[in-house]
Write a protein that binds this ligand. Sequence first.
Ligand SMILES: [Zn+2]
Length: 138
Amino acid sequence: MGAYLSAPTWWRNLDGRYRLVLGECEECGAANFPAEGACAACNATDGFTEFEPEGTGEVVTRTVITGGAPPEFGDLIDREGPIGTVIVELDEGVRVPGMLTDCDPETVERGDRVRAVVRRIYEQEGVVRYGFKFRPGE
Ligand SMILES: [Zn+2]
């Protein structure tokens, strides 16, 4: 089994991930996510050049959340059913967390190919937040 990402951890880390952006290390060229701090490959802190990846990758772990979510997501669960959350290893070699869309999350398995697409995430105080989600298939 891969690393288990608890729901609270997942929610807490969601902000700032509305765009799928990786950072290319200016020292060694490795892709990093998020594009901040030290490079995971070489530990350099020279900075990153941000870029948007292809958005395709493979599911590493999948968790389905049916409750215990903050209110803005609770509404989403009421409306659309359980939320599938995944860690995806992008083809750039970086692991990124995200939500599943356009599928029954229970049918998504480790190793499935997914693609990042832009979707409505939630609505809070009349403001709709958009971000990327992962859809099965290329
Ligand atoms: Zn590096």
